[in-house]
Design a protein around this ligand. Structure first.
Ligand SMILES: CC(C)(COP(=O)(O)OP(=O)(O)OC[C@H]1O[C@@H](n2cnc3c(N)ncnc32)[C@H](O)[C@@H]1OP(=O)(O)O)[C@@H](O)C(=O)NCCC(=O)NCCS
Length: 156
């Protein structure tokens, strides 16, 4: 695709990031203040830009002293879904987590979010915990994980 790229998000993307999630339920999107904080902290926000428009975003959290990175959010614009963009962005997140020396990437997903489950399962994530009443509306979550760096097999 001409003029399409995945790149780190910057503060200049704030309006576009808020707009991307505008159609989501309030509890499934970040408000402007949260986005501003996420763009300034120990995060790795990525965006997909196509023809000058941002049509997907993802946020990674890194905690000091932890080698487990967290995928805090991933979103693809409604009109761009089902074309592999989510999978490409997820793969870019894994690369970014590896660059931060993370050995695994974890995330939480609503148990009813079938498209997200499919995305993660296809990419090699497995459910490591079921979290009852995880979301403000009482819905349960699955915590999923993918190990990013294979343990040494001892070969010399
Ligand atoms: C989840 C989401 C990021 C997927 O993005 P996407 O660009 O549509 O995903 P892809 O096109 O890369 O598809 C990845 C896999 O999910 C599947 N998929 C995509 N949309 C689907 C749908 N509506 N129903 C079922 N499966 C779906 C694809 O078939 C693909 O699986 P495959 O490779 O085995 O065929 C996107 O639907 C989204 O932004 N949803 C709203 C926000 C959200 O729920 N984020 C996740 C929070 S944990």
């Amino acid at each position: 695709m001409t003029g399409a790229l995945i790149r780190p998000a910057t503060r200049a993307d704030l309006d576009a990031l808020v707009a991307l999630e505008a159609g989501f339920a309030e509890e499934d999107r970040f408000d402007r203040r949260t986005w501003r904080r996420l763009l300034g902290g120990r995060t790795g926000a990525l965006v997909h830009e196509s023809g000058g428009q941002i049509d997907a975003s993802a946020v990674l959290l890194f905690r000091q002293g932890s080698d487990i990175a967290r995928l805090y959010s991933i979103a693809v614009a409604a009109g761009a879904r089902g074309t592999g963009l989510g999978a490409r962005l997820l793969s870019a997140c894994e690369d970014a987590a590896r660059q931060h020396s993370a050995r695994a990437l974890r995330l939480e997903v609503r148990v009813t979010n079938k498209s997200a489950h499919r995305l993660y399962e296809t990419a090699g994530y497995r459910v490591i915990a079921a979290l009852e009443s995880y979301y403000p509306d009482g819905e349960a979550a699955h915590r999923m994980e993918k190990v990013l760096i294979a343990p040494s097999d001892g070969a010399t």
